[in-house]
Design a protein. Structure first.
Length: 208
């Protein structure tokens, strides 16, 4: 425990199921996820399947962090803007269509294409895909403590970071960690607005 909160560590493949469960719980009322999976009955069954490919990707290629009590998690990828974009031949998209169904997958692809079109390409950076805390453990500071774990490392290595906040409330949390809005937000068709945010590193800062 640190300051009354659980310690944060790097996650491994043995943590994959816990990470999926944390994200499924933490994002149960998340506006973009509700837009992608509008049917509440379907959503309960499909939400873990939605997160699983992202968890597998980050555990293989990025950094996943989890609290020792398994209440919170964060998924980060490193983006090298000088590298050629990866091409999996459509496997990722085909997997989502098969898992989510045509209409749900179509909405996800709209969001994904919106994110891709607006993703920064001017500088390599760390990209926060998801950060979540189980619903019953939210609003007690776990999210901030979880993110400070990696933000401190980004400051030490002088690396910028990027994310898309899924609500104005989440954007306020990220502002407290040094992120600033890139624009006025990206609006999904007949759906919520998400807020791209960028963070310059603060060399010499220490985690608190």
């Amino acid at each position: 425990m640190t300051g009354g909160r659980p310690a944060v560590r790097r996650a491994g493949t043995d943590d994959a199921q816990d990470i999926v469960e944390i994200l499924s719980s933490g994002f149960a009322l998340d506006p973009p996820l509700l837009w992608i999976l509008p049917d509440p009955v379907e959503r309960t069954a499909l939400t873990p399947l939605f997160f699983q490919p992202f968890v597998d990707l980050v555990l293989a290629e990025g950094q996943a962090h989890i609290t020792e009590d398994r209440t919170g998690t964060a998924l980060w990828l490193d983006v090298d803007t000088s590298a050629e974009p990866a091409d999996d031949g459509g496997v990722f998209r085909d997997g989502f269509t098969k898992t989510l169904g045509d209409e749900n997958a179509r909405r996800f692809f709209v969001l994904d294409e919106l994110f891709s079109a607006n993703h920064p390409s001017h500088e390599s950076h760390a990209y926060l895909l998801f950060a979540g805390v189980r619903r019953e453990n939210q609003a007690v500071g776990l999210g901030s403590a979880l993110l400070k774990h990696h933000v401190a490392e980004l400051d030490r290595t002088e690396r910028p970071a990027y994310l898309e906040a899924s609500s104005a409330r989440n954007a306020a949390l990220y502002r407290r960690l040094g992120f600033t809005k890139v624009n006025d937000g990206l609006s999904l068709p007949d759906g919520p607005t998400v807020y791209p945010m960028w963070r310059r590193p603060l060399p010499g800062q220490t985690s608190t």
